[in-house]
Design a protein around this ligand. Structure first.
Ligand SMILES: O=C(O)CCC(=O)C(=O)O
Length: 264
């Protein structure tokens, strides 16, 4: 299976409309790949909190339209990263969109863990409440977004739902890059799954982005890692390695569930 992770530079010098068109062209250039992955909130930038309200889109808004077409033009599965979604009946959400090679919406995932503690996304957006997996011809993909990477129980839920490949768009800051790489590898090893984690490059809202998108196999080996700038990270991987690893070293079978908490 061939995947391309598009580590997009999100800089304030470029308008959202121009970036959307530029990213659509980059997606089209990936024709021949099986799966293309974009980062979190690449229209606004994950830290551009002031623009979330003004730039939020309905689920089927401009990013949806442009990305659905790009997926079908390229004939690829497209994880289009996430958008600030305006739900007419509720709050904003940080919502990931996955399109089939026919340009149809295959899945939408609202980020469950919002970043910022008592500020930023944590107060501006609502929390998703549903785990989402998508069946591709070669593998079952489990969806998570950025800060979700810190919560292993979410990934166990995805594995229990059948996930073999964990796709994580992000807007991770440079300041905590060491955590990004470590956690991506940890999620791959503990879940015996492929991890495809796609971040942004550039600086927006004064926050330099980590870049360093990464693809890790179920044994924890790094198959590919980007640098700091905008980059297309292409990788070939064999989805059958998930079943082989889980069969040969069956730690998931040894989980002990329902252990009682200490009393007192
Ligand atoms: O957890 C982190 O250090 C970064 C998370 C983040 O930037 C996000 O979820 O947008």
């Amino acid at each position: 299976m061939r995947a391309s992770l598009l580590q997009i530079a999100v800089d304030e010098g470029e308008s959202i409309d121009s970036r959307r068109e530029r990213v659509a062209s980059l997606v089209r250039e990936q024709a021949g790949a099986d799966l293309v992955v974009l980062p979190e909130l690449w229209t606004t930038g994950a830290f551009a909190f002031e623009s979330f309200g003004a730039e939020a889109e309905p689920l089927e808004g401009p990013t949806y339209d442009v990305m659905a077409k790009a997926a079908s033009d390229a004939g690829v599965w497209l994880h289009a990263g996430s958008i600030p979604e305006r739900d007419p009946e509720g709050p904003l959400y940080n919502t990931s969109l996955v399109f089939s090679p026919a340009g149809e919406l295959a899945a939408a995932y609202r980020k469950i863990h919002r970043f910022g503690f008592d500020k930023g996304e944590a107060v501006l957006m609502g929390a998703g409440a549903e785990l989402v997996t998508v069946r591709l011809p070669e593998t079952v993909v489990g969806l998570a977004t950025c800060y979700d990477l810190r919560f292993p129980e979410l990934f166990r839920g995805l594995v229990d739902a059948g996930a073999e490949t964990l796709v994580i768009p992000a807007g991770w800051p440079e300041r905590r890059r060491a955590h990004w790489t470590l956690l991506a590898r940890a999620r791959a090893v503990e879940n015996q799954a492929f991890v495809l984690a796609c971040g942004t490059a550039g600086t927006h809202a004064g926050v330099p982005q980590a870049g360093h998108s990464i693809v890790v196999d179920p044994w924890g080996e790094v198959l590919a890692e980007a640098g700091a700038g905008e980059e297309v990270l292409s990788v070939e991987f064999d989805p059958a390695k998930v079943g082989a690893t889980r069969g040969q070293f069956p730690v998931l079978r040894d989980r002990v569930l329902g252990v009682e908490r200490p009393r007192g």
